[in-house]
Design a protein around this ligand. Structure first.
Ligand code: PMP
Length: 358
C-alpha cells in the first residue's frame, strides 16, 4: 500500500509510471538490457530521448524556434548559466525577488553582472507578488528573471510580466501544472524532481536566437549552444531520468494534457485552502491572488503541536508535510502526481486533528 507523498522535491511520481518502469526495468521491450545500461548513442536510447522531447513539445505547444535541453546540475546551475549565456555583451540584468529561490538566483547572477532588483517582497516576508506597476524596469537589461512559483513560501504569480527584454523564468515547481504560452519567454528552466520526473535532470526551453554569445571563459559544459547543437548529448546525459520523464509526459498526455491537469490542480488547491481558511486552527499567510497551486504552506495555531501533527499524519499514510527548514510550519506540495484523493484524505485528517487538539 503506497502512502500519499506531499514532498516538495524529489516529489511523488505517478504510480502508473513507476509500474511501467518496473515492468521495463530489467529487459526493456525485449532488447535484453535495461534502459540504464544502454549507450546514450544507441538507436534504442535516442528514440526514447527524442520521443520524450516530442511529447514535452506537444504538451506545452513549444514553438519550433525553441530548443529543448535535458541537462544536469539542477535548477541551481541555471542560476549561473543564465547570466553566462544571456548577458550577450550587456552588463546588467533585472531580477524580481519573491522568495528564497529568486534570492538565490540573484546572488549567483551578481557574480557575473550588475543585478538590478526591480521589485522585492522581502519587507513583507514574501507573502505576495509586488504589483507589476511598481517594478523599476531597465530598458538596457540583458533580460528579466523571475520565479513564477516560490516553492518554499508558496507564492505564485497571477500574471506573466510583459517586458521588452527576454523574459527568463524558473518554472521548477510549477511547470506542466497548467498550459503555458512559451512564446512569451526567452528561456524557461525547471528542475525535474517536482513535476517532471526524478532528480538529476533540469529541462531548459530556450529561444534559438539567444544562443551562441557566451561570456568569455564560459566552460563548454555551461554553454547552451553546445548542448543544443548536440541534442543534449555533448556528454553522457542523465539517461534514466530522461527516460522516466518521458514516461511522465506520456502519462500527462493520457490524462488529457495540461488543461485537464490544471482543472484537477485548481480543485485540489481550492479544497486545501478552503480547509485552512475555514479553521481557526490553521493559517496560510499568502495574499489570496498569489497563493500557490502547487505548494501550500500552513501553520498550526499552536506550534508546539507541529511534531504531533507530523507524527500522526505519517501514521495515517500522509508523508513529508514538514515545511522547509528555513520557514518551519507545514507545507503540502500537491504536484500533478499527487492524486485528488490524497488532498481529500489530508483535509479529513486536518479537520479531525483540529477537532481533537483545537
Ligand atoms: N528553484 C526552485 C523554484 C526550486 O524549488 C528549487 C528546488 N527546490 C530550485 C530552484 C533548486 O533546484 P535544484 O535542487 O534542482 O538545484
Amino acid at each position: 500500500m503506497r502512502a500519499y507523498n506531499f514532498c516538495a522535491g524529489p516529489a511523488a511520481l505517478p504510480e502508473a509510471v513507476l509500474q511501467q518502469a518496473q515492468a521495463e526495468l530489467v529487459n526493456y521491450h525485449g532488447k535484453g538490457l535495461s534502459v540504464m545500461e544502454m549507450s546514450h548513442r544507441s538507436a534504442d536510447y535516442v528514440a526514447i530521448a527524442e520521443q520524450a522531447e516530442q511529447d514535452l513539445r506537444d504538451l506545452l505547444a513549444i514553438p519550433s524556434n525553441y530548443k529543448v535541453l535535458f541537462l544536469q546540475g539542477g535548477a541551481s546551475q541555471q542560476f549561473a548559466m543564465i547570466p553566462m549565456n544571456l548577458l550577450r555583451g550587456k552588463s546588467s540584468a533585472d531580477y524580481v525577488n519573491t522568495g528564497m529561490w529568486s534570492d538565490k538566483a540573484i546572488k549567483e547572477a551578481k557574480k557575473f553582472c550588475q543585478v538590478n532588483v526591480v521589485a522585492s517582497d522581502e519587507s513583507n516576508h514574501f507573502r505576495a507578488v509586488p504589483a507589476f506597476e511598481s517594478w523599476q524596469l531597465n530598458s538596457d537589461a540583458a533580460y528579466l528573471h523571475y520565479t513564477p512559483n516560490e516553492t518554499i513560501h508558496g507564492v505564485q504569480y497571477d500574471f506573466i510580466p510583459e517586458v521588452d527584454v527576454p523574459l527568463v523564468a524558473d518554472f521548477s515547481s510549477i511547470i506542466l501544472a497548467e498550459p503555458l504560452d512559451v512564446s512569451k519567454f526567452g528561456l524557461i528552466y525547471a528542475g525535474a524532481q517536482k513535476n517532471i520526473g526524478p532528480a538529476g535532470l533540469v529541462v531548459v526551453i530556450v529561444r534559438e536566437d539567444l544562443l551562441g554569445d557566451v561570456l568569455k571563459g564560459t566552460p563548454t559544459m555551461l554553454d547552451y549552444k553546445i548542448h543544443a547543437d548536440n541534442a543534449s548529448m555533448y556528454n553522457t546525459p542523465s539517461t534514466y531520468a530522461w527516460y522516466l520523464s518521458g514516461l511522465v509526459f506520456k502519462w500527462l498526455k493520457a490524462e488529457g494534457g495540461l488543461s485537464a491537469m490544471a482543472e484537477v490542480n485548481r480543485r485540489k488547491a481550492a479544497k486545501l485552502y478552503a480547509a485552512i481558511d475555514a479553521s481557526e486552527f490553521y493559517a496560510n499567510p499568502v495574499a489570496k491572488p498569489n497563493r500557490s497551486m502547487m505548494n501550500v504552506p500552513f501553520t498550526l495555531a499552536n506550534p508546539a503541536l507541529d511534531k504531533v501533527f507530523l507524527k500522526e499524519a505519517e501514521a495515517n499514510g500522509l508523508l513529508n508535510l514538514a515545511g522547509h527548514r528555513s520557514v518551519g510550519g507545514m507545507r503540502a506540495s500537491i504536484y500533478n502526481a499527487v492524486p485528488e484523493a490524497a488532498v481529500d484524505t489530508l483535509v479529513s485528517f486536518m479537520t479531525d486533528f483540529a477537532k481533537r487538539h483545537g
